[in-house]
Ligand binder design. Sequence first.
Ligand code: PLP
Length: 422
Amino acid sequence: MSATTLSGVDRPLTALHSYDVHRVRQDFPILSQTVRGKPLVYLDNANTTQKPRAVIDAMHTFYETCNANIHRATHYLGMQADRAYEQGREKVRCFLNARHFEEIVFVRNATEGINLVAQTYGRVHVREGDEVLITAMEHHANIVPWQMLCEEKGAHLRVIPIDDTGELILEEAERLITPRTRIVGITHMSNALGTINPIEQVIAMAHAQGVPVLVDAAQSAYHFPIDVQALDCDFLVFSGHKLYGPTGIGVLYGKKDLLERMPPYMGGGDMILSVTFEKTVYNDPPFKFEAGTPHIAGVVGLGAAIDYLTSLGMENIASHEADLMEYGTQQLQEVPGLRMIGTARRKASVFSFTLEGLHPNDVGTVLDMEGIAVRTGQHCAHPVIHRFGVSATVRASLGCYNTREELDALVCGLHKARRLLS
Ligand code: PLP
């Protein structure tokens, strides 16, 4: 049984009953503190999420009990560290439902994953006059690496436009995928608008022309389940720190046959099979793309975050956040002068808005005095913010631990901002 909410996300009605958000909150030590004398209301999850004790403890335990370098030590601790690292990879593989462990490459973050693809796959396949296709709602992480590539190669960056609600114009996508298109880069979910893109359709359109697709799942991976085999995407990236895991660790998923044919990104230890001064033989994926000592404890923490999310159930988290979206959308409509930026039929977990006559930074400062953390500005997505004719927005973004009461506090804070600043 499912219901379509105001946010357009289908959610199973049964799942919500088993989700006890107050119990979930107890797993996050940081949430129990007061900020500026007020209970902390953390609504900056699209920026980074808070960490459950399970993640903090797993990293702590790793350093206390089995810290060593990986893939080289023959001693006991080295083997323990190896096992912890490769178990982390297996957890990511299951989380994404990837077919092979070779398809999971550890990088620092989503940004590095996109740069890796642009600098390896991109540099091999994109030539002068070719085209790289992205959308008008991309984060800078999925614009600038392609722009750099296009500049170097004399290729062109093409952009699928969006409509006034923040939805992708699919007919334009179809038109813009041409025989010159070499790769499509598309965000699964916009950090600035909350729009969930119909990536299945875009992937099908691109594949019909033989064009591979990179999905930026930095925003979607912590809100709802992802299945790379069902999506049939060629590459997908996300960051650990948005997925309730540590900073400094991220994932690039790539189809095995593509990764095998790609040149390495960085050279150094661990990415080789043999080295002489005349010639280096590279290791196989994923190791070919993991030069140097990686963030081993970060992988352990990411694995713990995945275990934690799996124990909550990604469907349950999606249901809970869809309920909050519906509630928050109704409550925010009552704030005079509030303009929601991004009203797509399918959107999740992001309220991006302006208050008439007030600068978003000033609104953010008043909210901060109330202990409410939001982000204000252009959210590393200048083009899409400008597309809506505004210079900045206030963005309140949700995570698995947020409550209706916190959205009430946000609304109260906005009324206060209007009183103080008007
Ligand atoms: N893509 C999207 C949609 C994002 O929202 C972000 C970060 O906010 C990124 C990419 C980049 O993530 P990171 O800074 O962790 O590499």
